[in-house]
Write a protein that binds this ligand. Structure first.
Ligand code: PLP
Length: 416
C-alpha cells in the first residue's frame, strides 16, 4: 500500500536528507580568526575580498572580478556597466529565476522574453533572433539548473545582432560546455554566492569580465572610495572615484571568507554531486513516465544547482500533479514542486501597474505564449542535490519509492 494511505513512509531516514552548506569546525575556526584580526570592513581591493576575486578569476581564467553583496547586485552591476538606458531592450529567458531580469527594471530597460527549450529549460537561440528589434542592446542567458545553454548558437546570435552576452551562472558554478567552463563565453558573467548556492558566502555575488571599461564602471557603481581610486584608471572616470556612482554593493568580508573556503572544496563537491546525481538520473530513467534531467554528452552540469525532473502527463493517468507530489512526500521522499515559474506567470511582470513605481514605462507584451517553458515547468519537481557519498543507499530508496508511486498511481484516484 502506498504510504499516503498506510501513514508509514517507505524512506525512513529522518529529514532533512540534505542540509546546505555543510558545517565543519575548520570553517568556524577560519571565521573566528578573521574576526579576531579586527578588520571588519575593507574599503579597498584587499583582504579576503581580494583573495576571493583572484581565486575566482583564476579558476575561470578571466581578467577582472568584482565580488558584491548578492547575485542580484552582480547582475545589476553587469547591466549598468553596459550603459543600458531607458527604452533599451534586453533579450532574456522567460524561464529563469526572477533576479536574472528584475535589475533591468531599475534601469528602465525592457526585458523581452524568449521561450525555453522544453527538454533543457534553457533559452532557445531561435527565439533570440526572432524577438530582436532595433532597440535590442544585449542578451542575458541563464544556465538553468546547471545545464549549459547551447553556447555555439548563442554566440552566433550575439554576432549576428552585434550585441553582448551576459551569462547568469548562478545555477551553474563549474558546469562545462564542450569542455569550456560556463562564465567564460559571455562579455560578462555573474554568479550568486547566496547560502543555497554551492559557493555560499551567506549573501554575496561575483561578476567576471575581460573588459576594462566594464570593470571600471562596475567598480564605480558600487565600490566608491579607496577601491575606485586604485582600480579606475581611465582619465574621465577617475575624477568620480571619491563618490563613484554612489551605490555600495560590497560583499561582507566574512562572507568572502566563507566563499573562499568553499572554493577549496568546490571541485570535490562537484565530483560527489556528479556521482550521486547520475545514480539518481540512471535510476529514474528506468521508471516509465519519469523524465530525469537531460545532459548531452558535450556538457556537464557542474554543481547541479537543483535536481529538477518531470513526470509525463500520461504517466499521471489523470491523477493531479499535486496529489502525485503529496504521495511522493508521504513516502518520505523530499520532493517539492519547483518555485521557479516562467516570468510571464509572476505578478510583477504580469501586471504592468506593479512596475509603475519604478518609473517603468515600456509595455511588456504578454499576448505571447511560451509553450516551451510551460511544457518544461508544468509537471516539474525537485529532489535534493545530494552531496555526501554516504547518501548512495538513500538515493536507491528514493528511486524505489518513486517507482512505487508511479506503478500504483491508480490508487491515488481515492484521493480528493
Ligand atoms: C540565486 C540566483 C540569483 C540571485 O542571487 P542572489 O544572491 O539571491 O541575489 C540570480 N539568478 C539566478 C539564476 C539565481 O539562481
Amino acid at each position: 500500500m502506498l504510504s499516503i494511505f498506510s501513514g508509514v513512509p517507505s524512506v525512513k531516514e529522518p529529514h532533512p536528507h540534505v542540509s546546505w552548506p555543510p558545517k565543519d569546525p575548520d570553517t568556524t575556526l577560519r571565521l573566528i580568526e578573521e574576526y579576531i584580526k579586527g578588520e571588519s570592513s575593507y574599503t579597498g581591493r584587499e583582504g579576503p575580498i581580494l583573495d576571493l576575486e583572484n581565486a575566482f578569476a583564476r579558476y575561470h581564467n578571466r581578467k577582472y572580478a568584482i565580488a558584491v553583496s548578492s547575485g542580484t547586485a552582480a547582475l545589476y552591476s553587469a547591466f549598468f556597466s553596459l550603459k543600458l538606458k531607458p527604452g533599451d531592450e534586453v533579450l532574456a529567458p522567460v524561464y529563469t529565476y526572477h533576479a536574472t531580469v528584475t535589475p533591468l527594471l531599475h534601469l528602465g530597460v525592457k526585458p523581452v522574453f524568449c521561450d525555453a527549450d522544453p527538454v533543457t529549460g534553457n533559452i532557445k537561440a531561435e527565439e533570440i533572433l526572432r524577438r530582436a528589434t532595433a532597440n535590442t542592446k544585449a542578451i542575458i542567458i541563464t544556465h538553468m539548473w546547471g545545464y549549459p545553454c547551447d553556447m555555439k548558437e548563442i554566440l552566433y546570435c550575439s554576432k549576428q545582432l552585434g550585441i553582448p552576452i551576459i551569462e547568469d551562472c548562478s545555477h551553474a558554478h563549474g558546469s562545462t560546455y564542450r569542455n569550456q567552463l560556463v562564465g567564460t563565453f559571455g562579455n560578462i558573467a555573474c554568479w550568486s554566492l547566496q547560502g543555497a548556492k554551492i559557493i555560499p558566502a551567506g549573501e554575496g555575488g561575483i561578476m567576471l569580465t575581460d573588459d576594462r571599461d566594464i570593470y571600471e564602471h562596475a567598480t564605480l557603481l558600487g565600490h566608491w572610495g579607496k577601491r575606485s581610486e586604485t582600480e579606475v584608471v581611465q582619465g574621465d572616470l577617475r575624477e568620480l572615484a571619491r563618490t563613484g556612482y554612489g551605490l555600495k554593493l560590497r560583499i561582507h568580508p566574512l562572507g568572502a571568507v566563507l566563499a573562499l573556503i568553499a572554493m577549496n572544496k568546490f571541485d570535490s563537491w562537484i565530483k560527489n554531486r556528479s556521482i550521486l546525481l547520475n545514480q539518481l538520473v540512471d535510476g529514474l530513467a528506468s521508471i516509465p513516465g519519469i523524465i530525469p534531467p537531460f545532459t548531452s554528452d558535450y556538457a556537464t552540469r557542474g554543481c547541479w544547482y537543483g535536481f529538477v525532473c518531470r513526470v509525463e502527463d500520461k504517466a499521471l493517468k489523470k491523477v493531479t500533479f499535486s496529489n502525485f507530489i503529496k504521495a511522493l512526500q508521504a513516502e518520505g521522499v523530499e520532493a517539492k514542486i519547483t518555485n521557479v515559474l516562467p516570468l510571464n506567470q509572476m505578478p510583477l511582470f504580469r501586471n504592468i501597474k506593479n512596475i509603475e513605481i519604478l518609473n517603468f514605462s515600456s509595455e511588456i507584451n504578454f499576448d505571447i505564449s511560451y509553450p516551451g517553458a510551460e511544457e518544461f515547468t508544468h509537471s516539474a519537481f525537485q529532489l535534493p542535490t545530494f552531496t555526501d557519498l554516504q547518501s548512495k543507499p538513500l538515493i536507491q530508496e528514493y528511486i524505489d519509492a518513486i517507482r512505487r508511486v508511479v506503478t500504483n498511481i491508480q490508487d491515488l484516484y481515492l484521493l480528493k
